[in-house]
Design a protein around this ligand. Structure first.
Ligand code: SAH
Ligand code: SF4
Length: 456
């Protein structure tokens, strides 16, 4: 989500002549887009901003701005705390950013804008980047959240849930596809409740419309709230070819007692039931999840329920976090805070278990052929690079990362274009990735066999 927001910030600044540069030392304007979801992320904001003081001493004309959730949460307090800060713009102020920067450039002074208009205006002027980097892009379909999980800051810093009109979403995707994008990820805090308030039709309806866009090869979405995961949406995994067979379905805890105190509004059995339905409709679906360990009052028994749920679901991957107090979220006032060492131990146990599960699932794929969308040259080098072999990286529909060797002179050159979908035979499995060899036949004038540009 933050990647998308950062792109939007860049886009707005480009309208007043700014360009992205490769080092803060060369910048005339430094914009920090922030996240307040966990305490650690927030601490990083203050240390980064602290470091800008020196830069500004050397170059007083440099402007420093802070946007995103921490800006929304702290507002004017940030200006008080950080004397060299020029601009604080909240989560609903991105559309007004360029105007604020121009005003400060012209008249000097400092500005705080944390107004939350709360309406659809938040989507006005959202536009795809002029030159998309790579074949895969995020597209926002809603903002804010109405769920009020008791640990979470999002409803306070992002505001109430608002869905973006389908016509805007579809036209943004068409523009993206026109500029070479082959995969989109539809973004929202809870995409399953898309359009409910506005009467836009269901999220499944939106998916059906998006999957009718010519030239789009793959569709993904995130995030899904288990309580709103409908049978209609589950059926899309069987019905829509271009919908990637992956769902990120955060469960947070395997204990009913904890889920209740988190205000998640589903029980462990409901979650397991939905997982069962997903797998019966789409047996090879990849299921990933989020967990919080050490929520206030989480007993050893509650945590054992979480471990038990992980064992029974066998997730394809998880993100897990130690609970941290967010001052505006109700759980910060809950009794039964868990010791940091206990949280750390629980997190390590959970991640260890998942590592074993993922490795085992990845090993089961050795010898299989996976459809991989090539994203670009790989950062990792599992192969001995020769002047004839380049290492690329891509993803399967289930969102597994695959590294594969390509017979091209230089990464990025030759026959291969990012966004190509190719069949890769898996030869080796690791806990976070797979490695394989593309099954390519010799190219001819019709292109390559074994390269499928449509199926997910
Ligand atoms: N809207 C998404 C998640 C958004 S936040 C959803 O409902 O699933 C991403 C993840 O951060 C959450 O799933 C949760 O696991 C974690 N998280 C949120 N608040 C947290 C907190 N106070 N402490 C630790 N982890 C937190
Ligand atoms: Fe936060 Fe819950 Fe909303 Fe997700 S659904 S953003 S965890 S309040």
């Amino acid at each position: 989500m933050n990647v998308y927001d950062s792109e939007q910030i860049l886009q707005r600044l480009q309208t007043i002549g700014y360009r992205q540069c490769d080092s803060p030392d060369k910048a005339d304007l430094i914009v920090l887009n922030t996240c307040a979801i966990r305490e650690k992320a927030e601490q990083k904001v203050y240390s980064f901003l602290g470091r800008q003081a020196k830069r500004k001493q050397h170059r007083p004309e440099l402007l420093v701005a802070v946007g995103g959730c921490v800006a929304q949460q702290e507002g004017g307090r940030l200006l008080e705390r950080i004397p060299h800060l020029d601009l604080v713009f909240g989560t609903h102020a991105v559309g007004r950013l360029a105007g604020h920067v121009e005003r400060i450039r012209k008249n000097g002074g400092r500005i705080v804008d944390v107004d939350m208009d709360g309406g659809r205006a938040i989507f006005d002027g959202l536009e795809p980047l002029e030159a998309p980097a790579g074949p895969s892009r995020f597209v926002t379909i809603m903002q804010g959240c109405d769920n009020f999980c008791t640990y979470c800051v999002v409803p306070y810093v992002r505001g109430r849930e608002v869905s973006r009109p389908p016509s805007q979403i579809l036209s943004e995707i068409r523009v993206l596809v026109g500029s070479g994008v082959r995969e989109v990820t539809l973004l929202g805090q809870n995409v399953n409740s898309y359009g409910a308030k506005e009467g836009y039709g269901s999220f499944a309806d939106l998916l059906k419309k998006v999957s009718g866009i010519d030239g789009l090869a793959r569709i993904r979405f995130t995030t899904s709230h288990p309580k709103d995961l409908s049978d209609e949406l589950i059926d899309c995994f069987a019905a829509l070819d271009r919908l990637c067979r992956h769902i990120h379905l955060p469960v947070q805890s395997g204990s009913d007692r904890v889920l209740k105190r988190m205000n998640r509004r589903y029980r462990r059995a409901d979650y397991l039931d939905k997982v069962g339905r997903l797998r019966s409709v789409c047996p090879d679906i990849g299921i990933t999840s989020d967990f919080i360990v050490g929520f206030p009052g989480e007993s050893d028994e509650d945590f054992a329920d979480t471990i038990d749920l992980m064992r029974s679901v066998q997730f394809d991957g998880v993100f897990a976090f130690q609970y941290s107090d967010r001052p505006s979220a109700p759980a910060s006032g809950f009794a039964g805070k868990i010791d940091e060492t206990v949280k750390k131990r629980r997190l390590a146990e959970l991640l260890d278990l998942q590592e074993t599960i993922t490795l085992c699932k990845n090993r089961a794929l050795v010898g299989s052929v996976q459809q991989v969308m090539a994203e670009g040259p790989s950062k990792k080098n599992y192969f001995q690079e020769t002047n004839r072999t380049a290492l690329w990286t891509g993803r399967t529909p289930q969102n597994r990362i695959v590294h594969f060797a390509l017979d091209t002179p230089t990464p990025g050159e030759g026959m291969m274009a990012p966004g190509t979908i190719l069949n890769v035979r898996i030869e080796e499995a690791f806990s976070h990735s797979l490695r394989g060899i593309p099954e390519l036949e010799r190219p001819n004038q019709h292109g390559r066999k074994g390269v499928d540009s449509h199926a997910a």
